[in-house]
Write a protein that binds this ligand. Structure first.
Ligand code: DAH
Length: 489
């Protein structure tokens, strides 16, 4: 899906949301598998220490966190009053009320590879672990790539039956209007204890809780059975009625959250345009796979003529609950991307805006955290001119291929597009709107690959001069040669 060979732009809804929810790890992160990344970060050279937030870490040869990322860790948009990410978080939280749900916002983003991957059952060769996709502090320490990294410890802490956690997450990724190397996720879970419910009857207790949830009138397509032996298996140790009851509670709870978001989006649209007319809201449940849930689903919303994936979810693997020391509990978990939801809710057209300090952006949300009913749609302030520059180059012979002769995994030193993105991002920062592969071919005799990328230099806040764009571009060309050993054409 996001491979270099036959790369497609982020054209499908699935692509867009894959990145936000991180579902990309399951389906679209193929090309980077086992790549030995040639790219060296701009952070100070290993060995030595690095300061992230108020903590200091030992670096090693895995270190690849650029300064721009390291210095953004303190921003905490998800808890900044009147920031659209924080407002969106509050709306989601409102549908998971106390005392059943406790809300966490303060987990530090530096976690172990055990927390981020192993504890959740990610296989050792999972592409999400690659240095090309993930920011490593050292071999066993990463910037979390998803909020699920904290599931185990929250289950262990046993502070409530359910919880939500909102937090910043980090991924090396493409550059375009819907991708940013830091984004925000919200995770939620709800457990029931066999030893606490009447007669140990989990299914009955969960169904009673389902009855207590409000009803809604949204159109929901859910054609598949709660479990399926091959596609979405029931866990050993779970009765079919238990999985069915938990699935229903999960789905109804998340549907209510979607109804809330979209009724607020509609009210905001009507506040600016009283003649606003919308289509009835429609969602569908799609079978999915996550290493730490079974059965699992994604929720998709029909929005502007396409299905958008908004979250991943499922019945928590009993093994995870055993590891957490709560083997008698069962329940569900979900994770969603807050930027995706906020972009729909406020009609924010470019993900870089969330990082803007421009009062023309921030002032549009003043007072909303205190009174969510004053939420309005974002009104774009200006569109500054685009400045396109191309860079074409030959890849060095060693990295010209991305698949082995057997058609399997990439050999060491294979090319990875995320390394280019990282170079452009470190030089142009938020002055780059988009980077696209526009041409690619393999020389019939030498077998070398040539690539051409088009970079759109455009600030959200002012007009960039051609000279400024040229200066960025010259540096990008220089770094491509220095760090990726390409030959410019
Ligand atoms: N962590 C997943 C991601 O980033 C999202 C997710 C899926 C979270 C399923 C969950 C879950 O808790 O049960 O793609």
């Amino acid at each position: 899906m996001r491979s270099i060979a036959g790369r497609q732009r982020l054209s499908t809804a699935r692509d867009v949301l894959a990145v936000f929810t991180g579902l990309a790890t399951a389906s679209s992160r193929r090309i980077g598998v086992f790549c030995e990344c040639r790219y060296k970060s701009t952070g100070s050279a290993f060995p030595g220490k690095v300061k992230l937030g108020d903590k200091t870490y030992q670096k090693d040869s895995w270190f690849n966190v650029p300064d721009s990322i390291a210095t953004s860790i303190d921003r905490q948009l998800h808890t900044t009053n009147d920031h659209p990410i924080s407002i969106t978080r509050s709306i989601v939280e409102s549908k998971f009320p106390a005392p059943a749900f406790k809300h966490y916002h303060d987990f530090f983003p530096v976690v172990s590879t055990h927390e981020n991957f192993d504890s959740l059952g990610f296989p050792a060769d999972h592409p999400g672990r690659s240095k090309t996709d993930t920011y490593y502090v050292n071999e066993t320490t990463v910037l979390r790539t998803h909020t699920s990294a904290h599931e185990l410890e929250i289950f262990q802490a046993k502070e409530s039956d359910g919880y939500t956690i909102s937090a910043d997450v980090y991924r090396r990724d493409a550059i375009d209007k819907t991708h940013y190397p830091i984004f925000h996720q919200m995770e939620g879970a709800r457990l029931w204890d066999r030893e606490k419910v009447a007669h140990g009857d989990i299914a009955k207790a969960v169904w009673e809780d389902v009855e207590r949830l409000p009803k809604h009138h949204m159109i929901v397509e859910d054609p598949n059975p709660p479990t399926h032996p091959e596609r979405n298996p029931l866990q050993a140790g779970h009765a079919p009625e238990e999985a069915a009851a938990i699935a229903t509670h999960l789905k109804r709870s998340l549907e209510l959250m979607v109804v809330e978001i979209f009724s607020r989006a509609k009210a905001a649209a009507m506040a600016t345009n009283p003649n606003y007319h919308d289509e009835p809201l429609k969602v569908r449940w799609v079978e999915a796979y996550f290493p730490w849930t079974s059965p699992s689903w994604e929720l998709e919303i029909y929005w502007q003529d396409q299905w958008l994936e908004v979250l991943g979810s499922g019945v928590v693997q009993q093994e995870l609950l055993q590891k957490a020391g709560v083997p008698s509990k069962l329940g569900w978990a979900f994770g969603l991307g807050l930027e995706r939801i906020a972009m729909l809710l406020f009609e924010i057209p470019d993900i870089r805006l969330f990082w803007s300090q421009d009062p023309r952006f921030l002032s549009q949300f003043t007072g909303v955290s205190d009174d969510l009913d004053t939420l309005k749609r974002f009104i774009p302030f200006s569109k500054y001119p685009a400045c396109y520059k191309d860079v074409a180059f030959w890849l060095p012979p060693a990295s010209s291929s991305t698949t082995s002769a057997a058609g399997g995994l990439a050999p060491p030193q294979a090319f990875h597009e995320n390394d280019i993105m990282e170079i452009v991002r470190n030089i142009g920062g938020d002055n780059v709107e988009d980077v696209q592969l526009t041409d690619e071919f393999t020389h019939p005799v030498s077998g070398r690959r040539s690539l051409c990328y088009r970079i759109n230099y455009r600030s959200l806040e002012r007009t960039l001069t051609n000279e400024e764009a040229n200066r960025f571009h010259e540096r990008v060309r220089g770094e491509l040669v220095k760090k990726m050993a390409v030959e410019l054409r």
